[in-house]
Design a protein around this ligand. Structure first.
Ligand SMILES: Nc1ncnc2c1ncn2[C@@H]1O[C@H](COP(=O)(O)OP(=O)(O)OP(=O)(O)O)[C@@H](O)[C@H]1O
Length: 353
């Protein structure tokens, strides 16, 4: 839970200091006023990750040298500062030497936005990203394996592009990829097993219908990543790119046994996307001591009252919610949310209504 948030040169905000109640807040404003940026700041501070970009530099306000975010999630004082010399991290005034160390006792986030539809319609990358964001929150070793795998994959791909084959180096990178890739593959398989019943339950909750929703993991390798990689080596050398490994995994999402991307209606696809994110939160809530913070970016205007109410009722009772919206037309027909205070975001400043 966050009680106070301070921003310096973050996106469109020069300097901002806000207080939030335990139950959360509704942030209302016209387009391009900074609503999403506020949610992004919370996500970045807690998970060192922005759902909108992989490049921290883009978070810095134009023409300023760097940004800062500070807040007090779960009673700790956390601060991150992006400077010309990189990212500086502090918890309760003490520097944290690495992102892994900073995240080791950090908090949990569930982000829900309209772009979640791409979990159903988009490329495999979006579904891998969904698993990675969850995996890294549940298990710090997952994040380490992911980072090392990605680094080794980049090096292997560069090596495969060299005019002359350097086999011993290629084999050395393959060993790193097999080691960390196997951890990622096994963890992702378990995540899908654990998520499956939760997604089906959330789907039932939101749609109100018994629509059979199933998830299955589609690894881009056989039962042994090592065997698959060895078998593919000649092909990878010929095509000059690494084609085997968790960077090519996918997740199959089926409604009534048919691929949801091709057969589900737009409304059903939206419901499935919500169910996936709710299940993500349910798993975090079940497994971890802390309740996730829910960042809901402009999704309520799009939902009918029944689905909106079902979604809100599904969230853990004491979860803090940050909800952005461009209008409050939906609020009257929504149960269980009226005590949330409303803050107006306008021209890069925020005031309580
Ligand atoms: N690095 C940056 N420096 C300064 N301004 C930025 C930066 N990045 C984005 N902006 C601007 O910040 C403003 C707020 O963007 P944000 O996405 O937070 O708005 P929003 O209120 O969520 O809008 P919408 O309702 O359209 O989603 C936009 O005008 C955007 O162009």
């Amino acid at each position: 839970m966050i009680q106070s948030l301070r921003l310096l040169n973050f996106r469109c905000f020069s300097s901002l200091s806000l207080e939030f109640p335990a139950e959360g807040v509704i942030l209302i404003g016209e387009n391009a006023q900074g609503k999403t940026s506020l949610l992004e700041a919370v996500c970045t501070l807690i998970r060192l990750h922005s759902p909108r970009t992989n490049r921290f530099n883009t978070l810095t306000k134009f023409s300023t040298p760097g940004f800062g975010i500070a807040a007090d999630p779960w009673g700790q004082e956390r601060k991150i500062q992006q400077t010309a010399n990189g990212l500086k991290l502090k918890v309760d005034g003490e520097p944290r030497q690495s992102r892994t160390e900073y995240l080791s006792d950090g908090g949990l986030i569930v982000w829900m936005g309209n772009e979640d539809l791409s979990l159903i319609r988009g490329p495999g990358e979006t579904r891998r990203h969904f698993l990675d964001f969850l995996g890294a929150q549940l298990d710090p070793k997952y994040r380490t394996a992911f980072t090392r795998y990605r680094r080794a994959l980049k090096a292997k791909n560069l090596l495969l592009k060299e005019p002359k084959l350097r086999l011993p180096e290629l084999i050395a990178y393959e060993e790193i990829l097999i080691d960390h890739g196997t951890y990622l593959t096994e963890t992702r398989r378990r995540l899908i097993e654990d998520l499956s019943p939760l997604v089906a339950a959330a789907q039932l909750d939101i749609s109100g219908k018994n629509e059979a929703l199933t998830l299955s993991y589609l690894p881009a390798s056989g039962p042994s990543l090592k065997d698959s990689m060895l078998q593919a080596r000649q092909r990878e050398i010929a095509t000059r790119q690494a084609v085997i490994g968790p960077h090519r995994d996918d997740v199959s999402i089926r409604l009534h046994g048919m691929p949801a991307s091709d057969y589900a209606s737009e409304g059903q696809q939206r419901t499935i996307a919500l169910a996936l994110k709710l299940a993500q939160g349910d798993l975090l809530h079940q497994r971890c001591a802390r309740t996730p913070i829910y960042l809901l970016d402009d999704i309520f205007g799009e939902l009918d009252p029944a689905r909106r109410n079902a979604l809100l009722n599904h969230l853990p009772k004491h979860a803090q919610k940050f909800i952005t919206t461009t209008h409050l037309g939906w609020l009257e027909s929504t149960e269980g949310i009226s005590p949330l205070p409303v803050h107006q975001v306008s021209e890069n400043s925020v005031r309580k209504l």
